[in-house]
Design a protein around this ligand. Structure first.
Ligand code: ATP
Ligand code: MG
Length: 212
């Protein structure tokens, strides 16, 4: 067991960080966050919706206010889950490196676990200041349909060699759900029931999201 440097008797806090556009949040996100929380005994998982996502065309992304509310609605039934506005409240483009530095400053003694899906970890190379980022957190990459375990294992091996990154792959029950697919279904008038929590589904219809 690792102990807090300021208080020898208190075990180190373990915080999961779940970043995403959450446009909208769905069961794929919730399942990976909960599986990682339980496997690594995390004290909490912070969901951090992006403000201006650097990897997506800001124009096509739903307003951060809606994405934040949907994330709140989806996480309210899990006492380990929290939602942070830190990226939304920032004026400039959000980079994970800035967010992680800030979280590390605020939680000096905690271990940070950055939770991603297989697609995101395969792109880690393109993130800003990866070499610095890998010293701030451990990465937990969840399997995701569309990315073979061979592909993910090879990529993770490469990243570990290149950056000495701490990355673990976690096998989760496959959910072939994506926000892109949900937006598309809403746009075509198809059902999205059971792909995401019901309050989020109602929120989408109430606010006419994804309908053009
Ligand atoms: P979009 O289709 O808009 O890209 P998305 O479903 O990929 O949306 P994001 O908000 O981009 O959702 O993802 C946030 C994080 O959740 C990423 O690390 C992504 O890999 C992970 N993730 C999303 N859906 C799944 C899923 N079904 N299985 C495993 N990981 C997932
Ligand atoms: Mg995505």
């Amino acid at each position: 067991m690792f102990f807090n440097k300021h208080n020898e008797n208190k075990p180190k806090e373990k915080i999961g960080i779940m970043g995403g556009t959450f446009d909208p949040i769905h069961y794929g996100h919730l399942v990976i966050a909960e599986q990682v929380r339980s496997k690594y005994n995390l004290d909490k998982v912070m969901f951090i919706p992006t403000g201006n996502p650097p990897h997506k065309e800001a124009l096509g992304v739903t307003s951060s206010k809606h994405r934040y509310f949907m994330t709140l609605l989806a996480t309210v039934t899990n006492s380990y889950f929290e939602v942070s506005k830190m990226e939304i409240d920032r004026d400039e483009v959000s980079y994970t490196i800035n967010t992680l530095k800030c979280l590390k400053r605020e939680n000096e003694d905690a271990d940070l676990y950055f939770i991603t899906g297989a697609d995101a970890i395969c792109q880690l190379d393109t993130w800003k200041n990866v070499d610095e980022l890998v010293n701030l957190c451990k990465f937990i990459a969840a399997t995701r349909p569309g990315h073979s375990s061979q592909e993910v294992n090879d990529k993770v091996h490469e990243l570990k060699n290149k950056y000495h990154a701490e990355i673990e792959i976690i096998d989760i029950p496959a959910l072939s759900i994506s926000s892109t697919d949900i937006r598309d279904r809403v746009n075509k008038g198809h059902s999205i029931k059971y792909l995401l929590p019901e309050p989020v589904e109602y929120y989408i219809y109430k606010n006419f999201l994804y309908m053009d």
